[in-house]
Design a protein around this ligand. Structure first.
Ligand SMILES: Cc1ncc(COP(=O)(O)O)c(C=O)c1O
Length: 455
C-alpha cells in the first residue's frame, strides 16, 4: 500500500503540474486512446500498481483540464489545494457519513461548517444545512422541505400520505428558471409544467409586478445568479409582496457566494428572508466534485421531509447527517468544505469571488473593445458574447474549443446565440485571462477571414 500511495501521489503531482501547459480540452489522439479501455474483463486479478498505471496513461490525457485557470465552461469551479488534499486524505479514511456513529469526524465537521456558512452568508442563525451532491439535489432538498411545510400548514402530512388528494400547491418560477429546478419539481411530484411562469427582464430577473396573486399553499422559486447572465431576482421585493404562508426557495447555485464578498453582497439583498436556498460548493467554493448545500431556515421542515428511522439505525449524540438529506450512506463532503473554508478564511473567499468578477469584467471590456457585443450586464462572473450572426458565433465557439488554449461553451440567450464565459476558479490569474482573450480574438479573426474568403 505504501508504494501504491507514493505512486498515486507522484502521478497526481505530474498531472497537476502539466495542466498549465497542456490543452484545456483533450486532444483527438487522447480521445482515440480511450478505446484501449474497451477490452474484455480478464479472468485473473491485476496488481493495483498496474491498474493505476493503465488508468493514468489512458485516462489522464483524456480529461478536461477544468482544474486549471483557463476553463470557463458551464460554472465549473476548480479545486482549491487544501480541499483537494483533504479529499485525498478523506479517501484514505473512507468514511460513511450517514450516521454520527459511523463517522464522528464528518458529523462534527458538518456542524462546524453549518455554523461558519450560516454566519458567512448572513443567514438566520438556526438555519440547517443538508450536505448533498450538487445544486440539483439541493433544489430537490429545499423544495421537499417547502412541500412539507406548506402542506402541513393546511393540515396535510405529505410524507405519510403523498400528494394524492392533497391541497394543490401553487408553484411560481421566473421565466428563466434553471432546468435543474424544474427537474427537482418533477421528482417531487409538483410537475415541471404546472408552474406559474413570471415574465422576466432582459437580464432574466423576475418582474415582481407580474407575480400572480396567490392563495393557499404556495412556493415561489427565485434565483440568485442566472446561469447565463449571473443576474439575481429581487429577493427582498419578492419577500415583501409574498402572501403569508408562501414559502420562498432560492436557487443560488453559484450566486449565493456573492453574499460572502463585500463588493458583491448587495446583489443578494433579502437572501436572509428566504425559507430555503440551494447552492453548490463544487462551483464557487472550489471544492472537488460532487458537493452541494441545501439551507433551510426551519430545521424542523428539513428534518420532517428527510428523516427515516429503523431499529438498527442507532442515533448519535447530537445530529445525524442523514436526517437532513435524501441519502443514507454517503460521502463525507463536509471534510472538503471545511478544508476550503479553513484555508481561505473570510478574506480569501471574498478575494476569490471578487477576483473572478474582475476577470469577467476584463473579458467583457477587451472583447467589447475589439468590436464584439456583450449581451449581459456583467455584474457577477458571467459574460455572454455575440460574434455577430448566430452561425458566426457558433463557428467562433467551435474554433476556440478546437484551439485548446481555453474553453468556453455556447448558449442561447433570449433569442441570441452567445458564447458563455464563466470565471469561477481560484486558479485563474491575470496571465490566464490575457492568454485566453488573445486566443478568443485570434479565433474570431480567423472565422471572419474564412467567411470573407468564402464570400
Ligand atoms: C442556477 C443553477 N441552478 C442549478 C444548477 C445545477 O447545479 P448542479 O449541476 O451542481 O446540480 C446550476 C448549474 O450550473 C445553475 O447554474
Amino acid at each position: 500500500m505504501d508504494s501504491l500511495l507514493n505512486d498515486v501521489a507522484s502521478r497526481a503531482q505530474r498531472y497537476l503540474a502539466s495542466v498549465a501547459e497542456r490543452r484545456v480540452s483533450p486532444s483527438l489522439a487522447a480521445l482515440k486512446g480511450l478505446e484501449a479501455f474497451a477490452i474484455p474483463l480478464q479472468d485473473e486479478p491485476l496488481a493495483p500498481a498496474n491498474v493505476l498505471a493503465e488508468l493514468d496513461s489512458l485516462g489522464s490525457p483524456a480529461t478536461v483540464a477544468s482544474i486549471g485557470g483557463r476553463y470557463f465552461g458551464f460554472v465549473t469551479g476548480g479545486a482549491l489545494p487544501a480541499a483537494q488534499a483533504a479529499n485525498m486524505l478523506a479517501a484514505a479514511w473512507d468514511q460513511n457519513a450517514g450516521l454520527e456513529l459511523q463517522s464522528p469526524v464528518s458529523a462534527y465537521l458538518e456542524r462546524v461548517c453549518r455554523g461558519w456558512l450560516v454566519e458567512l452568508l448572513g443567514l438566520p442563525a438556526q438555519t440547517e444545512i443538508g450536505f448533498v451532491t450538487g445544486a440539483t439535489m439541493a433544489n430537490f432538498t429545499g423544495l421537499a422541505a417547502a412541500r412539507h411545510a406548506v402542506l402541513q400548514a393546511h393540515g396535510w402530512d405529505v410524507e405519510a400520505r403523498g400528494l394524492f388528494g392533497a391541497p394543490p400547491i401553487t408553484v411560481v418560477v421566473g421565466n428563466e428558471v434553471h432546468v435543474s429546478l424544474l427537474k427537482a419539481l418533477s421528482l417531487l411530484g409538483l410537475g415541471r409544467e404546472r408552474v406559474v411562469r413570471v415574465p422576466v427582464d432582459g437580464q432574466g430577473r423576475m418582474i415582481v409586478a407580474k407575480l400572480p396573486a396567490i392563495e393557499g399553499p404556495a412556493i415561489i422559486c427565485a434565483q440568485a445568479g442566472n446561469v447565463n447572465t449571473g443576474a439575481f431576482d429581487p429577493i427582498a421585493e419578492i419577500a415583501r409582496v409574498r402572501g403569508t404562508g408562501t414559502w420562498i426557495h432560492v436557487d443560488g447555485a453559484f450566486g449565493l457566494w456573492a453574499a460572502a464578498a463585500p463588493a458583491k453582497r448587495a446583489l443578494t439583498a433579502g437572501i436572509e428572508l428566504a425559507d430555503s436556498i440551494a447552492t453548490d460548493a463544487h462551483k464557487w467554493l472550489n471544492v472537488p466534485y460532487d458537493s452541494g448545500l441545501a439551507f433551510v431556515r426551519d430545521p424542523r421542515a428539513l428534518n420532517a421531509a428527510m428523516s427515516a428511522s429503523a431499529a438498527y439505525l442507532i442515533e448519535g449524540e447530537s445530529r445525524d447527517p442523514h436526517l437532513f438529506v435524501p441519502e443514507m450512506s454517503r460521502r463525507a463532503r463536509a471534510i472538503e468544505i471545511w478544508a476550503a473554508l479553513r484555508s481561505l478564511g473570510r478574506r480569501g473567499l471574498a478575494e476569490m469571488i471578487e477576483r473572478n468578477c474582475r476577470h469577467a469584467e476584463r473579458f467583457a471590456h477587451e472583447l467589447r473593445k475589439a468590436g464584439h457585443e456583450i449581451l449581459n450586464d456583467v455584474a457577477l462572473n458571467q459574460v455572454l458574447v455575440s460574434f455577430g450572426a448566430p452561425e458566426r458565433t457558433r463557428r467562433v465557439i467551435a474554433a476556440i474549443q478546437q484551439d485548446g488554449t481555453c474553453w468556453c461553451g455556447g448558449t442561447e440567450w433570449q433569442g441570441n446565440i452567445a458564447m458563455r464565459i464563466s470565471v469561477s476558479s481560484w486558479a485563474t490569474n491575470d496571465a490566464d485571462v490575457a492568454k485566453s482573450i488573445e486566443a478568443i480574438l485570434r479565433c474570431a479573426r480567423e472565422v471572419q477571414r474564412a467567411a470573407t474568403e468564402r464570400a
